[in-house]
Design a protein around this ligand. Structure first.
Ligand SMILES: [Zn+2]
Ligand SMILES: [Zn+2]
Length: 256
């Protein structure tokens, strides 16, 4: 069985729609797991583009409740509800930060009882313990600076580490999550000259990757114009390792 870990970007843009970039989402795929992190608008169709059916996902982890990160969660669950299975399939386990169960109750009020989880199709969990041991991987999450509930995720597959920032400003917690990561996937909403609080720019993302001794930095979550501003040239001044710009449907393979 292959021990490769594949990171497949589904959406790398912002809520300001661009033709080539859906909103935030990616899949981490191993021999055992298909883990979706965030589910912005366009995720359902991008999953189809890479031939992953919603019911083939094993986990979903949500970073925060802004629509560009979560609004395709309901369509993904509805797709599972409307799929006919000859054989029972394992329940999709969906995790979110503080307030996630309340968020789901609100969605259930709007969309109806079919969304009621914790049955055979999907199960919902709210993050509490900072370190979670799953079969095949370990997850550490930390609070980042964006919305009250916002978290970043550090996935550890044996010695292979992938950190995903979600939306965040510059913070030491994210540096901790990125420590020695093989892949630090950090948001880069705006160029340095247009930087806003609660989001990273190329130099801030690169400083975090440098401070954390990350092996590779991948920038994502671009607002229109950010990619054209040549964020790599800016980031290179602060981080000596390889830097890449994520694109929808681009894949990275980590071989432990
Ligand atoms: Zn956000
Ligand atoms: Zn966002």
């Amino acid at each position: 069985m292959s021990s490769e870990i594949r990171i497949k970007f589904l959406g790398t843009g912002s809520i300001l729609a661009e033709p080539q970039r859906s909103c935030t989402s990616l899949v981490i795929e191993t021999a055992k797991e298909k883990i979706l992190v965030d589910a912005g608008p366009g995720t359902l169709h991008r999953l189809r583009d890479i031939n992953i059916a919603p019911h083939n996902l094993t986990y979903i982890f949500i970073t925060h409740f802004h629509p560009d990160h979560v609004s395709d969660l309901i369509p993904i669950l509805f797709a599972i509800r409307n799929t006919h299975f000859e054989q029972p399939v394992p329940a999709l386990r969906v995790w979110g930060p503080r307030g996630f169960i309340n968020f789901l109750h609100s969605m259930e009020m709007a969309y109806g009882r079919w969304l009621h989880g914790n049955d055979e199709s999907f199960k919902f969990y709210e993050l509490k313990r900072r370190l979670l041991d799953f079969s095949g991987f370990r997850l550490i999450w930390g609070k980042v600076i964006h919305k009250n509930e916002s978290v970043g995720y550090r996935f550890e597959f044996n010695r292979t580490v992938i950190t995903i920032s979600g939306d965040t400003g510059y913070c030491s917690e994210l540096t901790r999550l990125c420590r020695d990561a093989d892949l630090a996937i950090l948001e880069c909403s705006f160029p340095d000259e247009l930087a806003v609080e609660g989001h990273l720019s190329p130099s801030l993302a690169a400083k975090i990757a440098n401070d954390a001794n990350a092996k590779k930095l991948v920038l994502t979550h671009f607002y229109p114009g950010t990619v054209d501003s040549d964020p790599i040239s800016t980031a290179e001044k602060f981080f000596e390792g390889p830097i890449d710009l994520a694109e929808d449907l681009k894949e990275y393979v980590l071989a432990p």
